[in-house]
Design a protein around this ligand. Structure first.
Ligand code: PMP
Length: 367
């Protein structure tokens, strides 16, 4: 035979850059207070749950889903108040949309660009697809030197720039003015990723009418529907039509389409939950800032980044200490650079936030 073992076949056949990758790791979280993944801590109230179950009871799964998710498309178009010339495209999470967008512009030598640190999937999916990826580093306070970014775009000529607005994992957002500068100077497509829009004030959706090379991406994940896997892209119809050609047929399954429709028709419940999280964000930030040896960063998202003082326990130690206390957060320290000694905490329910503060108080006790 051509191959003496599976290992040899794999080593010979899988692209070396794929073999060099680490698989995306999701830590086990059963029975933990889960403050690691920017989920909404609140489940649906009984009324909404019943409306959802009633809707699911009407569905049939023997047929393929509506390939264009027409009913959901129309409902969301209306919900967002989009202009007639603005189109919408759904993805199996915004992760899938990132993939489709890179596929659409990728050609030999094409570059994808963003800031660093930012959402890791821009870089990872660019690698999966054989596109080059480059970035401009934020400073220790997670601020971007916009002149340097504009300069880097002029040099690198990226086919696609992703800007997470607000940014993950830092939680802050560029100013509108800075982002406009980037959009106006970009030589290629700019995608503003508004995954955390529900917790932020500003949006670039309306700007997609004005700029021919601007698209906005959002997700249902952070507002309470992470289990659905539904993201969407907003922008000029001519762009949407092209990206749509790359979408796998039936990417949004029947249950997701129906469930999202139920969520849209009860949106005020989800909006209230998001508002509650924004209110709790103030309290949690203040409680964290009152602990010894910890620096709390400003955030426009549903999570807070803190940096541990070098004199006290390190971020990995605090992360492990919290885990032992049954609380899961995200240790950013292994990513290095400006994230050294940083932790990312998703805002939970008031009870969960209090549990976190109590556990941190024990771990950060001044000696
Ligand atoms: N964009 C950003 C900035 C994110 O932080 C995330 C999730 N962590 C996503 C996109 C992906 O969201 P989803 O695939 O769940 O829609």
């Amino acid at each position: 035979a051509q191959f003496s073992s599976v290992d040899q076949a794999v080593a010979q056949l899988v692209r070396p850059e794929i073999q060099a990758l680490h698989a995306y790791h999701v830590p086990p979280s059963a029975k933990m207070v889960k403050l690691d993944a920017m989920e909404n801590p609140y489940d649906w109230p009984p009324l909404l749950r019943q409306a959802w179950l009633d809707k699911l009871a009407e569905l049939s799964l023997n047929r393929y889903p509506d390939p264009g998710a027409t009913e959901l498309h129309n409902a969301l178009h209306q919900h967002l108040g989009l202009a007639a010339e603005t189109g919408l495209l759904f993805g199996n999470g915004s992760d899938e949309l990132i993939q489709l967008l890179i596929m659409a512009v990728n050609r030999p030598g094409a570059k994808v660009m963003s800031i660093a640190p930012t959402f890791v999937m821009y870089d990872m999916i660019a690698r999966f697809l054989g596109a080059d990826y480059c970035s401009v580093a934020l400073n220790d306070d997670f601020e971007l030197d916009v002149d340097a970014f504009v300069e880097a775009m002029a040099q690198q000529q990226p086919a696609l720039v992703f800007i997470a607005y607000p940014n993950n994992p830092t939680g802050n957002a560029l100013s509108r003015q800075d982002l406009i500068r980037i959009i106006e100077a970009a030589p290629g497509l700019v995608v503003v990723d508004e995954a955390y829009h529900a917790f932020a004030e500003d949006s670039f959706i309306l700007d997609t009418v004005q700029y021919p090379h601007l698209l906005v991406m959002r997700t249902f994940s952070k507002v309470g529907l992470a289990g659905l896997r539904l993201g969407y892209l907003v922008g000029p119809k001519a762009w949407i039509e092209q990206v749509d050609k790359l979408r796998l047929p039936y990417n949004i399954n029947t249950m997701t389409q129906a469930s999202a429709l139920v969520a849209l028709s009860h949106w005020s419940i989800l909006a209230e939950q998001a508002q509650q999280i924004c209110d709790d964000r103030i309290q949690l930030s203040q409680a964290l800032a009152a602990l010894p040896g910890i620096k709390v960063y400003a955030t426009a998202a549903n999570f807070i980044v803190v940096r541990l003082n070098e004199a006290g326990p390190s971020a990995p130690q605090v992360f492990e200490g919290l885990k032992a206390a049954g609380i899961l957060i995200k240790n950013l320290s292994p990513q290095g650079g400006v994230l050294t000694n940083c932790l990312r905490i998703t805002i939970g329910s008031p009870t969960e936030n209090n549990q976190l503060i109590e556990a941190l108080r024990l771990l950060l006790k001044p000696v």
